[in-house]
Every structure is written in C-alpha cells, then in structure tokens.
Design a protein around this ligand. Structure first.
Ligand code: PLP
Length: 365
C-alpha cells in the first residue's frame, strides 16, 4: 500500500519508556522502577485535583464542555489575557500541530535550534516543510537572525527554557529579537518549562501578555504536563493575537480535551502554592546533581528546568549508560539521538535521586 510521501522520512517520536514496558521486558516490580525520563513532576499534582476529578467521574457519558469555560476563565485570569487570545490543546503538542498546519506547507521553511524539542521537526514534516537548524547548541539569537535573513522562514521556534538542554534565553534579548522579525513570520515561544525558568531567574521570565501586546506574530505555548504534574491529562495551551487563534480554531477537532482533563487543569491552576513548593524542591534537589557531576568529573548544563543534562566524557557512552540504568529499573533519557553523548535526567524526589546517584556512580566507575 502506498502512503503519504511526506511520512517517508519521519522517525517516530520516542517517548520516555513507560513503566509498564520495563515491568514486562525486565521483570522488575513497578515499585522498584523509577522514571526520570519525561520531565514529569515527581510530586504529582495538587491533592485538590485528585479530589475534584474523582467527583466528576460519574459524568463520563456526556461530551465535555467544548467552550472549556472554566479552564479558559482560569487561564485568562492567570495571564491577564482575553479569551479570544487563547486556544487549548490536547497537550501543547496539539497546539504545535495546529500552528504548523495553519502556517506552513511544502513550500515553507521552519527555523529551529540545533538541539531542541523533537516534535517541531516531526510536525514540520507532516506538512512537508523544510527544517533549518542553527549550529550552536544553545539558542544563539544572532545566529537565528542571520538564518532568518538568509532563509526567510515561515515559522521560528524558540524553546525557552530549552528541552533537552535546560538553558534559557533572557527575556529582554528575546523581545529585542522578535522586534526585528517581519510580521509575516510566526514566532513560537515554547514555555513548557517557563514556571521553572522564571522561578530560578526573573530575567528569564517571558510574560505572554507582554508578548501578545507587543507582537501580532507571536504565539506562546504552555502546558500542564510539567510543573502542574498533569502529564497524563494531556492539556496545554497557546496564547496569541486573536487573528492567529481564529485560524488555529479551524483545525481544532471538537471535544479535544476530556472532561477530566478540563477539571484537573482548572483546579491545578488554583493551587499555586503546591506548584511553588514542587519547583522550589526541584531546584533544591538539583544541587545534588551538580555535586554528583563534580564528583564524577562530568559536565552538567546549567538548567532552568526540572531536568538536568549530564554530558559524559569521551570514554563513556550515553546509550550504554542509559541501557544499563534501565535494566536496573532506572529510566532516563539517552540523548545520542540528538547528537549528544549525554543523558537527560528529570529531577525526582529525594529518594528517587538517591537511587539514581547510587546506580549511576556504580555504572560510571
Ligand atoms: C513537554 C513539552 C511540550 C509539550 O508537552 P504536552 O504534554 O504536549 O503539553 C512542549 N514543548 C516542550 C519543549 C516540552 O518539553
């Protein structure tokens, strides 16, 4: 059977290995498995969410509220924006998919960082667009600007803080960069880890309200999957000028968010204290990874997220290390597919991190 040609050279996205598969493949008990591979919040979500979601399970027969009123009101209040500036997706992933289809086709060019979130490229390939990458590992806005002038891309993705390296762009530099970009190029600011970046350093804090007040060609992406501890609920959002949102709505399938997800995200948004506690704890625990890197004499990239990137030495191999950890029930991310001899480890709870340090130092001897 012949399929869409555009799919020919797409490598399927490899998600962090689910616990269920490690149980089956290695016969390890679920309680002995630690997953530090997908940057989920190890503390889970606010206890208030579990309570609220439990209450509405009785109502599963009805389609969700497709106006998403409660969640939209919460997000509008949080970000001081209007409803016309907001779209909600099944994960911010889905918003990326919408914007790709809204703006790009087989004649388009998409400019991204050399090392960044893998889904930009996959969605670009869905529409047959060409990917242009910078050279530098960290976002270098001068290099972005040079390539922008040379290639005239339709979309520029800026992931700040960046996945899988953890570095972040200064908000001031980001604003100055967007100022120089023509109105017909869509600039995507992916803030999946912005809650962490803003907590660690106010200079990294990008505010969606300010972005969309200044620029009509920008979309800000946020998610409930990371700091809010709701990866399983698949809820994310995009904030942009109403003209952009209107186009994205043409691509949105009806009822793209489940009733449970809508409720969970709305309630999670109200419990800011919980999220703050989790983020503070994450950076406390991150210091231990910095000490670990020093002890092991390996490099660690300064991180503005809830994960660390450990860059191995030449005599070490990230794939072998990740595999060996996996056989012992510790799931981390090997970054060799990104061209890095590095592993990405989500900062876990104190106990989970203890386990990582014990296993990793044993294997790195
Ligand atoms: C996790 C992540 C997302 C999206 O996650 P969803 O679960 O789809 O909301 C988007 N961008 C980056 C950089 C991420 O790491």
């Amino acid at each position: 059977m012949k399929f869409n040609k555009k799919l020919e050279n797409i490598k399927t996205y490899e998600a962090g290995k689910p616990i269920e598969l490690v149980v089956r493949e290695f016969g390890i008990e679920p309680k002995d498995i630690v997953k530090l591979a997908s940057n989920e919040n190890p503390h889970g979500c606010s206890p208030k969410v579990q309570n609220a979601v439990g209450k509405i399970v009785a109502n599963m027969a009805l389609y969700p509220d497709d106006s998403m009123m409660k969640l939209k009101e919460g997000l509008c209040k949080r970000f001081e924006i209007a409803e016309k500036n907001l779209v909600i997706g099944s994960g911010s992933d889905q918003v990326i998919e919408f914007l790709m289809h809204a703006k790009a086709d087989e004649n388009s060019k998409i400019l991204i960082n050399s090392v960044t979130f893998a889904m930009y490229e996959i969605y670009a390939k869905h529409v047959g667009a060409e990917i242009i990458r910078t050279q530098s590992q960290e976002h270098n806005l001068e290099e972005f600007y040079e390539l922008y002038k040379q290639e005239n891309p339709d979309i520029i993705f800026l992931c700040t803080p960046n996945n899988p390296t953890g570095d972040a762009i200064d908000a001031e530099a980001l604003m100055a960069f967007i100022q120089k970009i023509d109105e017909d190029t869509l600039v995507v600011v992916d803030g999946a880890y912005m809650e962490y970046g803003a907590f660690k350093d106010a200079k990294k804090k990008v505010t969606p309200k300010e972005l969309i007040e200044k620029f009509s060609n920008v979309i800000y992406l946020g998610t409930f999957s990371k700091a809010y501890g709701l990866g399983g609920m698949r809820t994310g959002y995009g904030i942009a000028d109403a003209k952009i949102i209107k186009e994205l709505y043409k691509l949105r399938p009806p009822f793209n968010i489940t009733t449970l997800s809508l409720e969970a995200a709305s309630v999670a948004l109200e419990d800011e204290e919980f999220v703050k506690y989790c983020i503070a704890d994450c950076f406390e625990q991150m210091k231990r990874y910095e000490d670990f890197a020093k002890e092991q004499k390996i490099d660690i990239i300064e991180s503005y997220t809830n994960f660390v990137t450990l860059c191995l030495n030449e005599n070490q191999n990230s794939k072998d290390l990740a595999d060996a950890l996996l056989r012992r029930g510790m799931i981390v991310r090997d970054l060799s597919g990104y061209g890095l001899n590095a592993i990405r480890v989500t900062v876990g709870t104190l106990k989970q991190n203890d386990r990582f340090f014990v296993l990793a130092s044993e294997l790195m001897k």
